[in-house]
Structures are given as structure tokens and as C-alpha cells.
Design a protein around this ligand. Structure first.
Ligand code: PHE
Length: 345
């Protein structure tokens, strides 16, 4: 009994001395003296074995409970001292240190490229318009001279929103920005000079050069006296302003159901100037867009007289232009949100 009382007395003395402590140094000293290997608690525990057998149990449990109380109190004190230290630390701020730079956000490289390309066309008299990404099958295909069951539909693997089996109009994610050609002509009268930037979607496996979401810029010019020479002049100017004044362009026949004749346009490789390198797949030429003269059937679909009006249209992939310009080798980089990639531009 005596030993137990003695233990409790020591514990409360230790607790009251702990209470008075106000520095981390004296706290450490207290810990060593009280809870340390040579401390008072250890010596109490050691002394238990020399007590009469009937007292050992009570004395041991008093000592162990006391030890736990002291450890808990020590933990609380330690936290208090740490909290005080950090709230007082304003005294020690070095105001002469340089501040941390705030990182500024910037426009996504695709947005920057859209703006750069758009400004070229705006300076040539084009207006900018946007359109819906969820589109009716009618605009994405039928009005572009691609009727139901036309094999050319396979050129654009489509993500359907609602592919109806009755007569109602199917809904899809537009596979290109060309449906806006029909929408704009339907609701306005020539002269028309417009570009349409926007997102498009394709049901496609992704790899280094294909993404299921892509950005296009469509162009459309309609007037009574527009010729293929206007198409060439406009797109030549665009190529030089985006890829450098020395650029050469090349047009080759290509097929798109909504233009006739249809072409694709290539520029001579800006990296090797046509000698052949990895960017141009050793051909000296890089294909950058599709274009052509608006097909008479498209005019008929929007009630324009194909005898009275002529027009040209073009469409380009913005990611592709950015990849060429900045030598980006994987299209998937654009939308995986890796800041190490994005902050370079
Ligand atoms: N819409 C076509 C495509 O996505 C590109 C194009 C637009 C071609 C306009 C000719 C005229 O491949």
C-alpha cells in the first residue's frame, strides 16, 4: 500500500512540474528524467520486484497507469509548445526574401492556334461563327451531298447520340465542321465569307496522330464570281502567314462529296525546305487541309441557284497544324492535361 501511495505522489509531482514547463528544452529534460530509461518511472517499475508478493500487483498497476498519464500529458504539452512556436514565428519572417512567383494561367495551345489562324482569315475579310457539336444527321451528311447509305459516310466514323430506326432525324456528334456550311447558307444570302472553328468527334481508336475529339476550322466563301483562283490565293496567303513567307503550296485532286473539284493542299516542308526529313515523311511535302469548290448539290439543298452562285470551302485540323508548327509528335498530349507539356506554349 505504501509503495502505491508513494508512486501516486511521485506521479502528481511530475505532473505539476510538467505544467510549469514553457520551453521545448526543459520539456526534453523533463522527458529524460521522468519517462527516460534512467527516469523515475523506470526506477519505480524496477523496484516492484523487491516488494512483498501481495503488494506487487497493486503497485505495478499504479505505476503503469501513472506512466500512461504522464505520457499523455507529455504529448499534450509538446503539441502546445509547438503550436505556440509556430504562432510566434511571424517574428522570424525574413521580409527581405524574394516572394514566391505566382504562376499565371495561359490559353491552351489549341486555343492559341485557333486564334492565330482566325486572325489571318479575319484580316482577309472572313467573319467567325460557331455551331453545335451535337448535330442532326441532315446537316452532317445529307445536306453535304452524302445521302443515307452513301459509301462516303465511312470517311467519318460517327459517334451517334440517337440513331433512330423510324423516320425521325438521327442525332450525332458532328464528325467535321462542314455541317455549318449548310446551316450558314440556309440562313443567309451571299456574299458569305466565314470561318467556323470548333470541336468534332470521331468513333476512332486513338494513337499518336488520331484522337476521338479534334478541332477543325472550316472556311466558306460564296459569291457570284468566286473561282478556284480565289481558293488558291486565300489558302496560299494563310499558309505563308502561319508557316513562313517562303512557303510553297501544292494542290492535288482529292475527293469530298460536298466539293467539286475537291483538293488537298500541301506545303513544302518548313523543316527541310523540301529535301526530305522525318516531319514530311521524306516526301518534302506536308498535307495540311482539304478544300474545293462548293458542289452544286449543296447549293441546291439550301435553295441557292448553282448557276448564279459559286463558292469555295476548306477544312483543316487545328491539332495537326499545331503539331507541325511546334513539332509535337503525339496528338494525345493536347488533352491529357500534363502541365509540363501545356506550359511550354
Ligand atoms: N470536312 C472535311 C473533313 O473533315 C474537310 C473539308 C472541308 C474538305 C471543306 C473540303 C471542304 O475531312
Amino acid at each position: 500500500m505504501e509503495a502505491t501511495n508513494e508512486t501516486e505522489k511521485i506521479i502528481s509531482e511530475q505532473l505539476s512540474s510538467l505544467n510549469k514547463i514553457d520551453t521545448t528544452e526543459s520539456l526534453e529534460e523533463w522527458r529524460v528524467n521522468t519517462l527516460g530509461r534512467q527516469g523515475v518511472i523506470t526506477s519505480i517499475l524496477k523496484s516492484i520486484s523487491s516488494l512483498p508478493v501481495e503488494e506487487r500487483k497493486a503497485a505495478g498497476s499504479a505505476a503503469n497507469q501513472g506512466k500512461t498519464r504522464l505520457q499523455d500529458a507529455f504529448g499534450i504539452k509538446q503539441k502546445q509548445l509547438l503550436a505556440n512556436a509556430s504562432s510566434n514565428s511571424s517574428d522570424s519572417i525574413d521580409v527581405s526574401l524574394p516572394g514566391r512567383p505566382a504562376t499565371r494561367g495561359k490559353l491552351h495551345i489549341v486555343t492559341q492556334t485557333i486564334r492565330e489562324i482566325s486572325s489571318v482569315f479575319v484580316s482577309l475579310g472572313f467573319q467567325i461563327q460557331e455551331g453545335p457539336e451535337v448535330e442532326w444527321g441532315k446537316y452532317n451528311f445529307d445536306m453535304l451531298n452524302i445521302p443515307q447509305d452513301h459509301p462516303a459516310r465511312d470517311m467519318w466514323d460517327t459517334l451517334w447520340v440517337e440513331k433512330n430506326h423510324d423516320d425521325s432525324e438521327p442525332l450525332l456528334l458532328r464528325t467535321h465542321t462542314s455541317p455549318m456550311q449548310a446551316r450558314i447558307m440556309e440562313s443567309s444570302t451571299p456574299p458569305i465569307r466565314v470561318i467556323i472553328p470548333g470541336k468534332c468527334y470521331r468513333y476512332e481508336a486513338t494513337d499518336a496522330t488520331h484522337e476521338w475529339q479534334l478541332t477543325q476550322i472550316e472556311g466558306l466563301a460564296v459569291d457570284s464570281d468566286i473561282s478556284f483562283a480565289d481558293l488558291k490565293g486565300t489558302l496560299y496567303e494563310f499558309a505563308k502567314r502561319i508557316f513562313g513567307q517562303d512557303r510553297q503550296v501544292r494542290f492535288r485532286c482529292d475527293y469530298f462529296p460536298f466539293v467539286e473539284p475537291g483538293v488537298d493542299m500541301s506545303i513544302d516542308c518548313f523543316k527541310c525546305s523540301g529535301k526530305g526529313c522525318s516531319i514530311c515523311s521524306h516526301t518534302g511535302w506536308i498535307e495540311i487541309l482539304g478544300a474545293g469548290m462548293v458542289h452544286p448539290n449543296v447549293f441546291k439543298g439550301v435553295n441557292y441557284d448553282p448557276e448564279k452562285y459559286k463558292g469555295f470551302a476548306f477544312g483543316m485540323g487545328v491539332e495537326r497544324i499545331a503539331m507541325l508548327k511546334y513539332e509535337i509528335d503525339d496528338i494525345r498530349n493536347f488533352y491529357t492535361n500534363d502541365l509540363r507539356f501545356l506550359s511550354q506554349f
